[in-house]
Design a protein around this ligand. Structure first.
Ligand code: ADP
Ligand code: MG
Length: 258
């Protein structure tokens, strides 16, 4: 099957029934993601980004359209992709390392083996010495790191990350963005990443899909050909600034039109 449309979103719409009135969250969204790409979805708050992710993850049926992975429909099929929700959703009774390795233990890997395999990544994400703690003993930022690691270790080829760094301070955020890119480059996963942060999208993505205000539709698609590794000194690069201005203009037009 062609790698160019490995993950294919085809005419997806979703209407919710909100107290007898139909609320249209996304409308006729179509795009293809090549295998191994890092693609960001950028859009104003409430435009249907999480709704789209829930549909791709097989948790929510669309009102219309299809989602195909490797040319097979995955509508209503949970468990085909790794999914990190906006909320960390760690299991409170499990230690951090047992939360991180949940996917492997669910697949039958012995806990000890799963823990030792995860140890290098745990250290890289600044969670060494926190492995034996429970989620409530960690800060919000630390819990997000653990949730990201768990998602990276799910063993799925496609990962959906819904604003994973939204609540972090600037330094932690930059550190985790770099770790994510390192892991992505090593593992060649296909990543779909939701953000409302233009700079974050530029730092991470091969391509950026801009959605309109609700109901979310595809407003624009921009390829980001900036070389990798991308570093903070690129903030002054003319191509970076031109793309940033273009994205800001698109987003501003969206919110001021509503
Ligand atoms: P985003 O993630 O872009 O901020 P969401 O996908 O969470 O947006 O929500 C899009 C719109 O759909 C919002 O107006 C939200 O209130 C509405 N919505 C989301 N889930 C439901 C639901 N289960 N029932 C009714 N309305 C919903
Ligand atoms: Mg959301």
């Amino acid at each position: 099957m062609p790698d160019e449309n490995y993950l294919s979103i085809q005419g997806v719409s979703k209407q919710f029934d909100s107290g007898g009135n139909a609320l249209s969250a996304i409308q006729d969204v179509s795009f293809d993601i090549p295998r191994g790409a890092f693609v960001s979805i950028l859009g104003p708050s409430g435009c249907g980004k999480s709704t789209l992710f829930n549909i791709i993850a097989g948790l929510l049926p669309p009102t219309a359209g299809d989602v195909r992975l490797d040319d097979t429909s995955i509508i209503g099929k949970a468990g085909q992709v790794g999914y990190m929700l906006q909320k960390d959703l760690l299991l409170p009774w499990r230690t951090i390392e047992d939360n991180i390795t949940l996917g492997q233990t669910l697949r039958g890997t012995p806990r000890r083996k799963a823990r030792s395999a995860a140890a290098p990544l745990i250290a890289r994400c600044g969670l060494a010495h926190f492995e034996k703690k429970k989620p409530h003993q960690l800060s919000g930022g630390m819990r997000q790191r653990a949730a990201l690691l768990r998602t990276l270790l799910t063993g799925k080829d496609v990962l959906l990350l819904d604003e994973p760094f939204g609540a972090l301070d600037a330094i932690t955020r930059l550190q985790l963005q770099m770790t994510l890119i390192d892991v992505w480059q090593e593992t060649r996963k296909t990543i779909l990443f939701v953000t409302h942060d233009v700079e974050e999208a530029l730092l991470l993505s091969d391509e950026i899909i801009v959605l309109t205000e609700r109901p979310g539709r595809v407003r624009a698609r921009l390829s980001v050909s900036l070389p990798r590794p991308r570093t903070p000194d690129m903030l002054a690069d003319p191509e970076w600034m031109q793309l940033k201005a273009q994205l800001m203009t698109l987003l501003l037009r969206e919110v001021s039109a509503s």
